[in-house]
Design a protein around this ligand. Sequence first.
Ligand code: TYC
Length: 101
Amino acid sequence: MADTNTKPRTKTVVKTARPPLHKVILLNDDYTPREFVVRLLKAEFRVPEAQALGIMLTAHTKGACIVAVFTKEIAEEKATRATEFARNEGYPLMFTTEPEE
Ligand code: TYC
């Protein structure tokens, strides 16, 4: 009897899909004081002073700046919390989220 090649010719590679990440974006406005933005970034996003200052200045000069990336739920929760905190203090500061490409 002739030999039969029974070796599989394809390999199955198992890949675990990671949840897509979402960016939290800080938007500029004309009314919120710079010091308040820096204080809020430090308190809500746990970024150090120098990084908070850099994020605030980028939003101030360019109109918007990415603060951090998280899973969808966490990003939305953080953006809402930070926006509400500013609103409670009487400022129009806004944070939004969008999926990372
Ligand atoms: N543009 C504000 C001002 O001149 C400061 C500011 C910076 C506000 C960044 C929002 O995301 C912001 N007082």
